[in-house]
Design a protein around this ligand. Structure first.
Ligand code: ADP
Length: 491
């Protein structure tokens, strides 16, 4: 099959979170399975150009219709660790992708509506006719809408769309001017409940809803979250439309790219290790302590790696720091906050704990350091309020870093409680799970983990090994996506 992924991120060149990892990892897996894959991405000024090989002109002067006129674009092409990527650069005063950031601008809805339009225009003009277009999240929700309402009639009648929702929280809710901008000209037609009208704000359109309505298949990134999205508040108002389209909606668990996230080959680690020989993990723990000025002692290290925002349960993260220190553990946090209040809160904590030899708080995004933390820590906490899939617990498992998670979303599908999981035999359990959002809930899970570490090191080691032996690679999800593509192609 010939598959084109249209997305706003692709790791490691553009990565704000798990979306980037997934777009890269899935593309690689599809290629390993013999399919042709190309990616279309925005050409941001702030992306990691050092991860692109052979960047060159692919198409000059692509005229993309926009409002009453058009915006001229150049399209560049290069390889990101073996994946063929096209980068779209609009040349207009709007400066859509020269903002020093990926997201967070007031006109984000226009930036990504334009990107979606330009991606389709590029496919059309260059005669690329993929079997499947795979789009991701709200940023590309308008791709299937424009494909089936406009481009289908301009020479793209046979393309099919798979639409993956990584986070229901951000849906792309915007004013009707976006319809006008993108050439979806019949406003009353699109502004209806069964098409793009937002279910909460009846004067706004919703990109993600458009993606759900128009795509041939829609999925979110774990089976449990697919259920939650339909039946609980985490669907953020889209539960209804998912009911209507339930016949084409499902959950596919994300994978981890074991070329990147694997203690046996990790390019950022000087000491490699595996479940058969854990010696290297001890050396990484030592290296982590040296790197972050932590005291060398006989204590477990608990870590948190991830965005610092409400979704991730920041209050529990904050509580866990102090609780872990109180329970004779060390704590390492690597995280970035976009919300100013949360940012200053954690800066305050960082300063407060600065001289504590058992704790290090690193604020910012640091890919390389994240690898050392996964490798050097003993446990990783993921106390999310909701979690569509979650990668950090799966990465932690691969590195023998035992996850302590809240039982929501994809965490339910990947972490099985050592003491209480009745559906798994003891030899298949791999972490600790708690359910409530109060401090007591995470405390009791941390207690169980720390107790096991101190009192039964051999059993804790067995738990680590069981986690390392889980296969959360792209192998299984890759096969599932190919099944979906096959299904929608032949419908
Ligand atoms: P989300 O996509 O909601 O941010 P995921 O758990 O799906 O969360 O993916 C998070 C990814 O981003 C993981 O690869 C994690 O290691 C990485 N990550 C998150 N925050 C940071 C950070 N501050 N520095 C380095 N990597 C980070």
């Amino acid at each position: 099959m010939y598959i084109v992924q249209i997305a706003s991120e692709c790791a490691p060149v553009i990565k704000a979170g798990g979306l980037g990892d997934v777009v890269y990892g899935l593309s690689r897996e599809l290629e390993i399975r013999g399919h042709g894959v190309e990616l279309i991405l925005p050409k941001y000024d702030c992306m990691r150009y050092d991860h692109i090989w052979g960047l060159h002109d692919a198409y000059r002067d692509l005229m993309v219709p926009w409002f009453d006129g058009a915006i001229r674009c150049h399209v560049y092409c290069g390889w990101v660790h073996g994946r063929l990527c096209f980068f779209i650069e609009p040349l207009s005063e709007d400066n859509f992708f020269n903002r020093g950031c990926y997201y967070g601008c007031l006109d984000d809805h226009l930036r990504f509506a334009f990107f979606s339009k330009a991606a389709l225009e590029f496919l059309l003009i260059t005669n690329k006719r993929p079997d499947v277009i795979h789009c991701h999240d709200w940023q590309t929700g308008l791709v299937p809408v424009m494909l089936f309402e406009i481009y289908k009639y301009h020479g793209m009648p046979n393309q099919r769309v798979c639409y993956t929702i990584h986070n229901f929280k951000h849906q792309g809710v915007a004013g009707a001017n976006v319809l006008w901008a993108t050439g979806l000209n019949n406003e009353p037609y699109y502004f209806s409940k069964d098409r793009l009208m937002d279910d909460t704000h009846s004067t706004a359109i919703n990109f993600m809803k458009g993606g759900i309505v128009y795509s041939n298949f829609v999925n979110t990134v774990s089976p449990h979250h697919a259920w939650e999205a339909r039946f609980t508040a985490v669907g953020c108002g889209l539960g209804n439309i998912l009911h209507v389209h339930q016949h084409k909606f499902g959950g596919v668990l994300n994978g981890i790219d074991y070329e990147v996230w694997n203690p046996v080959v990790d390019r950022y680690l000087s000491d490699h290790y595996s479940s058969e020989d854990l010696q290297g993990k001890t050396l990484n723990k030592k290296a982590l302590r040296e790197r972050l000025w932590l005291k060398h002692c006989d204590k477990p290290i608990i870590c948190y790696i991830g965005r610092l925002d409400e979704q991730k349960g920041v209050h529990l993260v904050h509580h866990a720091i102090y609780y872990a220190l109180h329970k004779k553990a060390q704590f390492v946090l690597l995280g970035a906050a976009t919300e100013p209040g949360i940012n200053s809160w954690f800066w305050h904590e960082k300063n407060h704990l600065n001289s504590n030899p058992d704790c290090h708080i690193e604020l910012g995004f640091n890919e390389e350091l994240s690898h050392l933390i996964y490798a050097g820590a003993d446990m990783i906490i993921v106390p999310s309020n909701y979690e569509p899939c979650g990668l950090t617990q799966m990465i932690g498992l691969k590195y023998g870093t035992v996850p302590i998670v809240r039982g929501v979303g994809g965490l339910v599908n990947t972490v099985f409680d050592w003491d209480y999981d009745e559906n798994k035999p003891q030899e298949e359990r791999n972490g600790f799970v708690f359910y409530q959002t109060d401090n007591g809930a995470i405390e009791s899970a941390i207690d169980r983990a720390i107790d096991l570490w101190y009192k039964s090191p051999e059993i804790f080691r067995q738990l680590m090994i069981q986690g390392m032996e889980y296969d959360y690679s792209w192998n299984h999800p890759g096969a599932q996506y190919i099944g979906i593509y096959d299904h929608i192609r032949h419908k």
